[in-house]
Design a protein around this ligand. Structure first.
Ligand code: PHE
Length: 511
């Protein structure tokens, strides 16, 4: 039983009750023991669901207490009803055998008794059990022999009861009959019905004068109420702005997408243009053009997803020649290169980009002598084992800025300004290492009393820019997005960003 005690003092005011609630309350005042919702509905000439609604509102406002009582009612299935009107199969079989002179060959009875195969089976299974008769053997034939005319059995009596009533209380019927009927599957049906009793809450003091006066209140402000001026003379039912209402959940961008949008906004405001390149790239652009040595450990299978299709991608011969020379000897960059022989077949291998620096380098190769400020936010792929801080697929915030005289302090300035606009006041760079930048820096942001490492940056080396024909210094960076998002959203497991936990998503504000 579900009880809503309702002993507390009323939380609501009588003036705030709806018409149905007030009417029900009047009934409750007259019924010290309370009554069933259906009964109240009848008295009030309201639909039971409306009374149930009013009752639960009265309960939540402290005026009433409700009790739910679930009861089971027994009834008959279609087959059960047929048994009730035509007789149970064994009795029908008994009648057939008796009329046939008290004996009938079993196979003959099967085909001539008028019972279906199913019913005949049922009848046979009860034949001896109920003492209706015997089954005798005559040679290889079996013969049904009817006994005394049997009195009505308890299951038959109960069938008649259930057939008449519209549902019976399991406690009120004959146990033996019910037990027998239940042994025959599918005859007795059970359905639950819920009844709600409602009564006045304990210790509630209803001022009838206020209740009467409230009856006159305007429930809804309609054009008519305004036009007629009724609002001047009659009280208006106050709204209860603290009443519980269903939660309205609206669609909104995923929190990670919201941060991506914010990053876009900031770079656009800072005068950057977006660039966008494919996930599938050649090793040449992803690594060789960035002066990453061909035997660099990060190229190993455990870090990079190489593709079977396309296994190889076309690469631009003229640029490859330049890059190959720089790798082998340093060319005219002032470097000694990595030595060895540059492997063009290796350079053609298809892969999923491991960083978005592949996009900025391609942009530079296509626009070697134009000052530019470009950025991208995109997915990158690394063959990492997933854990609290690693995903095989994540996002980088990438960018470059180049113009004659571009320098290190501008680079720090751009990054500091970018993070400041995202809400991080303190940014620092530390020396770092990337094969493609000199100087190379790690970028950290101060957050919650700690420095967190967010990415890499630097100025592209001549080994990178010269083969492309770029002559101005290129300031470059590649920053993590997920780490930033985790701190923003207060998550300590990166995977939570990609698990669509609807409850969590709904709770996230639209920023
Ligand atoms: N590509 C580097 C990374 O994936 C980041 C970086 C970009 C470093 C540009 C320097 C310059 O971590």
């Amino acid at each position: 039983m579900d009880t809503d005690k309702g002993t507390a003092a009323p939380k609501g005011r009588i003036e705030e009750l709806s018409e149905n609630e007030r009417r029900l309350l009047r009934v409750l005042l007259e019924e010290p023991d309370g009554l069933e919702v259906d009964e109240a509905a009848e008295r009030l000439k309201l639909k039971p669901e409306h009374v149930r609604g009013a009752a639960s509102w009265l309960a939540s406002k402290g005026f009433a207490a409700t009790e739910d009582e679930t009861t089971v009612r027994l009834g008959l299935s279609e087959e059960g009803r047929r048994y009730a009107s035509e007789g149970v199969p064994e009795r029908r079989l008994f009648g057939y055998v008796r009329d046939a002179g008290g004996r009938s060959e079993l196979d003959k009875a099967r085909s001539e008794s008028g019972l279906t195969d199913h019913e005949f089976g049922v009848a046979l299974s009860w034949w001896s059990r109920k003492g209706l008769g015997r089954i005798e053997k005559e040679g290889d034939r079996r013969v049904l022999v009817a006994g005394e005319d049997p009195p009505e059995q308890p299951d038959e009596a109960l069938l008649a009861v259930l057939d008449g009533a519209d549902g019976a209380d399991p406690g009120s019927v004959d146990d033996e009959g019910l037990e027998l009927l239940r042994q025959r599957k599918g005859l007795v049906t059970e359905h639950e019905s819920k009844r709600t009793r409602v009564r006045l809450a304990d210790d509630v003091d209803v001022d009838r004068a206020v209740l009467d006066e409230a009856a006159d209140a305007i429930e809804q402000i309609t054009p008519d109420v305004i036009r007629s001026g009724a609002w001047r003379d009659r009280p208006i039912r106050p709204f209860d702005v603290s009443a519980p209402v269903p939660r309205a959940v609206s669609g909104k961008p995923h929190p990670l997408q919201q941060i991506i949008d914010e990053v876009y906004e900031i770079f656009l405001e800072m005068g950057f243009e977006e660039i966008s390149y494919d996930y599938v790239q050649s090793t040449f652009w992803n690594m060789d053009a960035l002066f990453i040595p061909q035997d660099h450990p990060a190229r190993e299978l455990q870090d990079t997803f190489y593709l079977d299709r396309p296994k190889r991608l076309p690469i631009p011969d003229d640029v490859v020649d330049q890059v190959a020379e720089v790798h082998e000897t340093g060319g005219d960059t002032g470097s000694r290169g990595w030595g060895g022989r540059f492997d063009r077949d290796e350079a053609r291998r298809g892969l999923l980009r491991t960083h978005t620096t592949v996009g900025t380098i391609r942009h530079l190769a296509a626009n070697p002598d134009k000052p530019c400020r470009v950025f991208s936010v995109g997915r990158v792929f690394r063959s990492e084992t997933m854990d609290r801080t690693h995903l095989p697929e994540f996002h980088q915030i990438e960018g470059i800025a180049t113009e004659p005289g571009a320098n290190f302090r501008q680079l720090v300035g751009i990054l500091t300004e970018f993070y400041r606009r995202l809400g991080f006041e303190k940014v620092r760079v530390r020396p770092g290492y990337f094969p493609y930048t000199e100087p190379s820096m790690e970028v950290d942001v101060f957050y919650n009393g700690k420095w967190m490492e967010l990415g890499g940056s630097g100025i592209f080396r001549p080994e990178v820019t010269k083969p492309l024909g770029v002559t101005t210094p290129v300031l470059a960076w590649g920053l993590g997005l997920e780490r930033l998002a985790m701190h923003r959203l207060g998550l300590d497991d990166i995977r939570d960003l990609y698990i669509s936990d609807l409850e969590w998503l709904r709770a996230q504000p639209l920023r």
